[in-house]
Ligand binder design. Structure first.
Ligand code: SF4
Ligand code: SF4
Length: 189
C-alpha cells in the first residue's frame, strides 16, 4: 500500500465507532502504538500495513485503507500479537472483523487468492451446508488464476479415474434449518 499523508476530513468516524463496538475490538481506543504486536507478528514483514498501523487506521476511521489492506489476508490467527499486547487488545479478532467486512462488501483486491478462497468457501457452505475440495479449488483458481486450471487437468483426470475425486456435492440434510441458524443476525434498529 502506498504511504501517503492522511487528512482527518477523509476519516469516517461513524464507521470507526461502529467497528470499535464489535466483539474483540472494544479496547482499540486504549492502544498506545507501542508496536509490540507488529514485533511479535511472524507475518508483519510481508504485510503492507503492520498490525500496529492497522489499529491506528481503524480507530481513526480510515476504512478503505484498512479494508483494502493485504495484511488482513496474510494473518494466520496465531494470536502472537494478542499475547504481546500490554493493553490486552485483541488484534487477531480485529483482523477477523476486517476480513468479514471486506468479504461482505467485496472490497478485496481482484484475483487475490486468499479472499477468493474465503468467499467461495462461505458461498458453498451457505448454499449446500458443506464444501467440496474439488469445486473449491476449481472455483478459486478460475477466479484468481484461470491459466493455472490447464495445469490441473491431468492431475484431476487421474484422481477422478482412481475414484479419489467426487464431482457431485450433495447438500446436507436439514439444509434449511442450518441456513436459518447460520444466517447473519440483523442489528437492532
Ligand atoms: S501491542 Fe497493543 S498497545 Fe501496542 S501497538 Fe499493538 S495493539 Fe497497540
Ligand atoms: S494473529 Fe495475525 S496479526 Fe496477530 S501475530 Fe498472528 S499473524 Fe500477526
Amino acid at each position: 500500500m502506498k504511504r501517503e499523508l492522511k487528512f482527518q476530513r477523509e476519516a469516517d468516524g461513524a464507521w470507526a465507532g461502529k467497528f470499535a463496538a464489535l466483539p474483540g475490538c472494544e479496547r482499540i481506543a486504549s492502544c498506545t502504538q507501542c508496536g509490540s504486536c507488529s514485533a511479535a507478528c511472524p507475518l508483519s514483514i510481508y504485510m503492507d500495513v503492520t498490525p500496529r498501523r492497522l489499529i491506528a487506521l481503524v480507530r481513526s476511521g480510515f476504512r478503505s485503507e484498512a479494508i483494502q489492506s493485504r495484511s488482513i489476508w496474510l494473518c494466520t490467527s496465531c494470536y502472537a500479537c494478542v499475547s504481546a499486547c500490554p493493553q490486552k487488545i485483541n488484534v487477531a479478532d480485529l483482523m477477523f472483523a476486517l476480513k468479514r467486512e471486506a468479504i461482505e462488501t467485496r472490497t478485496y483486491p481482484r484475483r487475490f487468492a486468499v479472499p477468493v478462497l474465503s468467499d467461495e468457501f462461505m458461498s458453498m457452505v451457505r448454499t449446500r451446508g458443506r464444501s467440496s475440495d474439488f469445486w473449491l479449488a476449481a472455483r478459486m483458481t478460475l477466479r484468481s488464476n484461470p491459466a493455472a486450471l490447464l495445469g490441473m487437468i491431468s492431475t484431476g483426470w487421474r484422481l477422478w479415474r482412481t475414484g479419489r475425486l467426487r464431482l457431485n456435492m450433495e447438500p446436507i440434510h436439514r439444509l434449511a434449518e442450518f441456513q436459518r441458524a447460520s444466517a447473519p443476525r440483523k442489528e437492532a434498529a
